[in-house]
Design a protein around this ligand. Sequence first.
Ligand code: AP5
Length: 230
Amino acid sequence: MLFMCHQMAMKKEAEQKLKAEELRRAQGAATDIPIIWILGGPGCGKGTQCAKIVEKYGFTHLSSGDLLRNEVASGSDKGRKLQAIMASGGLVSNEEVLSLLNDAIVRSKGNSKGFLIDGYPREKNQGVEFEIRVAPADLALYFDCSEETMLKRIMARAAAAAVQRADDNEKTIRQRLKTFKNNTNDILELYNEKTLTINAERDVDDIFLEVCQAIDCVLKKKAKQVAAQC
Ligand code: AP5
């Protein structure tokens, strides 16, 4: 029985990989500008590194968390439901998140130099859906950080904030860490080939040096792809 379950899981995984691969081939260079997923646990420094990337490369930064918080701030019924999920440290449905991301991408497509998709995918089906409905990602940057460091960083951020985020309290942070831990290995496995793991325990600028090397490499690859189409 256990063996059968394992085989079924392996089969499903192989099908997903194939689906993603077929899509990648079918879509080719779906966009001329880079699409970069920014992965890592709560407080690992995703937003901090994105701000530096935007400053240096002028990319468009789309944070799934910020898009959701904007919806919450609108005071809509939908926003109230999202708030409850976020305050519990769980994941909002992908339908909601992907539709917010997709709308934001469509809005800025003509005048963007590249997209940073921060906090997405948070489970592997999100990645698969993104590549089907939006475009293949060129690179995933995974900021690897211990739970202890992440907890400390968020608690420090909360202590210093004029307005504290509703999910920046110890109980919710622990649940966010748990949600992250439950889903991340699957994502890293599925997207192993396009993921660069970066040690995020270091100084912000040291991390950024490594980030820049990876982005420069993607930009070169993209330029070659575009040239090949001419
Ligand atoms: P989201 O807003 O994405 O929050 P998060 O992933 O928990 O990450 P944070 O924004 O808290 O931290 P960060 O990694 O950006 O770190 P930062 O740079 O700020 O998501 C919130 C919620 O929305 C989720 O829990 C979920 O409910 C929902 N959601 C979001 N995306 C979803 C999705 N795809 N699907 C479903 N639901 C989704 O840094 C933290 C602190 O550390 C700062 O004070 C910073 O100054 C400091 N710091 C940063 N780097 C360093 C360093 N190298 N050394 C020392 N300090 C540092």
